[in-house]
Design a protein around this ligand. Structure first.
Ligand SMILES: NC(=O)C1=CN([C@@H]2O[C@H](COP(=O)(O)OP(=O)(O)OC[C@H]3O[C@@H](n4cnc5c(N)ncnc54)[C@H](O)[C@@H]3O)[C@@H](O)[C@H]2O)C=CC1
Ligand SMILES: O=C(CO)COP(=O)(O)O
Length: 315
């Protein structure tokens, strides 16, 4: 049996961002026999050369670098109509847009594909089995990206709901911080299940308001990614919450982490959106206050437990 279970003509893929996720995605594409050009500011290689005559562009840049990278690409010649894949899980603080919205505005003639799922990069680097979702309004583009990454170690599903797929992966980072607090305070399994179940309701409330489909949030990129990120010490966002519960300051935790924890910025942008759109997000609100030094972890738990009583579901 060949290394890869999927045989496809080799393509030229540029992956922007050589951090934890970009490097893992490069390994998956290499495994399938594609030629990968990994570009990063830190590597100092040429962006123009990296995108020359490529078939697919993948962005695995952290949120704070997305706009600058789009601007930089504008001055270069991207091959016509190739799919642009965004794997970033964040929200832009200036516009409150998702990365796929920024890429769509920047490159309106290219199909935009969101790649998101329960994908801790350290496990993928080890070759452990995992699954993900590639979502686009352009199904043919999603299928091209599916074939780029799918193998006997990485199962890739297509979806026609890019917004729901992207928001599931983005909003669960806020909840992963809360989950880290829950475990750090040793609140028990009942509390953790209650937190994650109510958090899913919260994600669906805001996610559907912003255009995602309800069923997507029950899938791999929603519930699936929430379960992974909220239950693993490999998750940087989980570790932020865990560190705060141990009495560390946010600054201390982020310094120790030395890597991207998108949930911190996402919480601030999410609360801005929730206030603007008048959408209740009680768990994310406690995370916001905690990150902004307005509340202790213990007080955040008390506030959630003492909220007004209500039915679980509104019919
Ligand atoms: N690590 C993981 O397990 C996964 C990460 N992600 C998402 O992928 C994105 C990247 O995460 P990681 O690779 O883990 O982070 P990382 O911190 O390891 O790497 C970040 C990358 O972004 C680049 N970057 C940062 N600012 C930039 C700027 N101003 N201009 C150009 N490039 C810039 C860095 O050079 C680096 O290549 C995040 O949005 C994260 O949520 C998604 C799935 C899994
Ligand atoms: O998105 C991820 C797993 O799917 C990675 O989570 P962290 O960014 O919290 O490490």
């Amino acid at each position: 049996m060949s290394d890869s279970s999927v045989s496809n003509p080799p393509l030229k893929i540029a992956i922007l961002g050589a951090g934890a996720w970009g490097s893992a995605l490069a390994k998956l594409a290499n495994y399938n026999g594609h030629t990968v050009y990994l570009w990063s500011r830190r590597l100092g290689n040429s962006l123009a050369e990296s995108i020359h005559s490529i078939d697919v562009l993948v962005s695995a840049i952290s949120m704070r670098g997305v706009t600058a990278t789009i601007d930089q690409l504008h001055s270069l010649k991207l091959p016509d109509q190739i799919p642009i894949v965004t794997a970033t899980k964040g929200l832009d603080p200036d516009s409150t847009c998702t990365p796929s919205q920024l890429w769509g505005r920047g490159f309106p003639d290219h199909p935009i594909v969101v790649l998101s799922g329960p994908n801790l990069s350290a496990e993928i680097q080890q070759g452990l089995p995992a699954a993900t979702v590639v979502a686009s309004e352009d199904l043919e583009a999603a299928k091209i990206v599916q074939r780029v990454f799918a193998s006997n170690r990485f199962r890739v599903y297509t979806s026609s709901d890019p917004m729901g797929t992207e928001l599931g992966g983005t909003l669960k980072n806020v909840i992963a911080i809360a989950a880290g607090v829950c475990d750090g305070l040793q609140l028990g399994t009942n509390a953790k299940s209650a937190l994650l179940t109510r958090a899913l309701t919260e994600i669906i409330r805001i996610g559907t308001h912003l255009g995602g489909k309800t069923e997507t949030f029950f899938g791999l990129s929603g519930l699936g990614d929430m379960l992974t990120t909220c239950n693993s010490a490999l998750s940087r966002n989980y570790r932020v919450g865990y560190g705060l519960a141990a009495g560390k300051t946010l600054e201390q935790v982020l310094t120790e982490l030395g890597s991207t924890a998108e949930g911190v910025n996402t919480t601030n942008v999410l609360i801005e959106i929730a206030h603007r759109e008048r959408i209740p997000v009680p768990i994310s609100w406690q995370v916001y206050q905690l990150l902004n030094h307005q509340i202790t972890p213990q007080k955040a738990v008390e506030s959630l437990m003492e909220r007004d009583l209500k039915p679980e579901f509104y019919l």
